[in-house]
Design a protein around this ligand. Structure first.
Ligand SMILES: [Zn+2]
Length: 119
């Protein structure tokens, strides 16, 4: 039985390109090993490209999700802030502690509610 050549790695790492290619052309085992390495290299390059495309799509999705969440948060915050202001809004600050309209204290005409009377 013929012994399998085990010089592929040594040639790949240490030999010059010409010596490596010369050995590959002469040695059937190393030629077969190079073919396997080339296939593996192609698969890695191919899958890395696929992963890169998936990764960029995921980044776009994540960015869109962040934007959507931010807008939703703004809408909720604005809605609840508006409800809170509406519920707490009163006209007490138009009236001073003695019950007299602040507007009438300024000498301006007021209606029955203490608001500025346009007429
Ligand atoms: Zn060989």
């Amino acid at each position: 039985m013929e012994k399998k050549c085990n010089k592929y790695e040594s040639y790949f790492i240490f030999a010059s390109k010409d010596d490596f290619e010369k050995h590959i052309s002469e040695c059937k085992d190393c030629s077969h090993e190079k073919l396997k390495q080339d296939k593996l290299s192609f698969l890695i390059k191919d899958s890395s490209e696929t992963y890169r495309l998936l990764s960029s799509k995921q980044k776009i999705k994540k960015t869109l999700l962040k934007i959507a969440c931010s807008l939703l948060l703004l809408v909720f915050a604005g809605t609840f802030a508006g409800i809170e202001i509406f519920n707490n809004y009163n006209y007490d600050y138009f009236i001073n502690s003695s019950g007299i309209s602040v507007i009438s204290e300024q000498g301006l005409p007021t209606d029955d509610f203490g608001f500025f009377d346009y007429n």
